[in-house]
Ligand binder design. Structure first.
Ligand code: UDP
Length: 243
């Protein structure tokens, strides 16, 4: 039998790239999105309360626009709009398999989704809905990692699960260094001091200050999300230094 889960309410951060077709095909691949939704539905059916923050990097990143001469803030607003598209795609995939959801955007868009209202989001969770947060924190010069850390803190989540296409945090780039080792656990301070690629520094610092563990895992691997929630599966947990 699986060990009892440590967490009840979790925030799942989905990078935009996890919705992409294999080999960089479609930005939002319906089949891939459906597979990710099935992993989420499985966890929801086990009684966890779930908030989701979606990224937009599969469609647009402000920093790439800026590199091509676009004003950074404008590019960032475009990036935030991209996250709304991804949020709708995830909502659609979840509702197709019977999971009730609400999308709330940090940039109000009343004919598309709800605006972000914390107490309303809490009510959705109590009613058993999955709440999908779009548009990050709603301001340029931030990322959806910061949005995820912020929402995890204000929604009183027990942990932030970062679903990506790698299976954790390594001490070196595993694609370049065959001796790279994956951490089972690592402290917030080590991540920040060594600039380990987990989430951006402001997001890690916010999780540290609110004492929210960050669990990095591969959501594309079937069954892994549920397994990691039960303390099994493959992941790295970023947490307070343990004696
Ligand atoms: N973004 C922003 N403010 C936010 C969240 C996102 O300006 O609070 C913009 C930023 O340009 C970012 C883009 O939206 O590059 C897409 O989000 P992100 O890069 O975090 O997506 P991910 O890497 O998770 O797919």
């Amino acid at each position: 039998m699986s060990p009892a889960p440590r967490f009840k309410r979790i925030l799942l951060k989905l990078s935009g790239e996890v919705l992409m077709g294999d080999g960089g095909g479609l930005a939002i691949d319906p089949a891939v999105t459906a597979r990710v939704a099935a992993e989420i539905a499985d966890v929801k059916a086990q009684g966890f309360e779930l908030c989701i923050v979606v990224g937009g990097g599969n469609i647009f990143r402000g920093i790439s626009g800026a590199a091509r001469g676009m004003e950074r803030a404008t590019g960032d607003y475009m990036g935030m709009l991209a996250t709304v598209m991804n949020a709708l795609a995830v909502q659609n995939a979840l509702e197709q398999i019977g999971v009730e959801t609400r999308v709330q955007s940090a940039i109000p868009m009343s004919s598309v989704c709800e605006p972000f209202i914390r107490r309303r989001a809490m009510r959705h969770l109590e009613k058993g809905r999955v709440v999908i947060f779009a548009a990050g924190v709603g301001s340029p010069f931030f990322t959806t990692d910061s949005g995820a850390a912020l929402r995890a803190a204000e929604m009183n989540c027990d942990a932030l699960f970062k679903g990506t296409s790698v299976d954790g945090v390594y001490d070196a780039d595993p694609k370049k260094d065959p001796n790279a080792k994956r951490y089972a656990t690592v402290s917030y301070d080590t991540v920040l001091a060594h600039n380990l690629k987990v989430m951006d520094a402001s997001a890690v610092a916010l999780c540290r200050d609110s004492n929210i563990p960050i669990v990095v895992f591969n959501i594309r691997e079937h069954g892994n999300f549920a397994a990691v929630l039960h303390g099994e599966g493959v992941s790295t947990v970023v947490q307070k230094e343990t004696e």
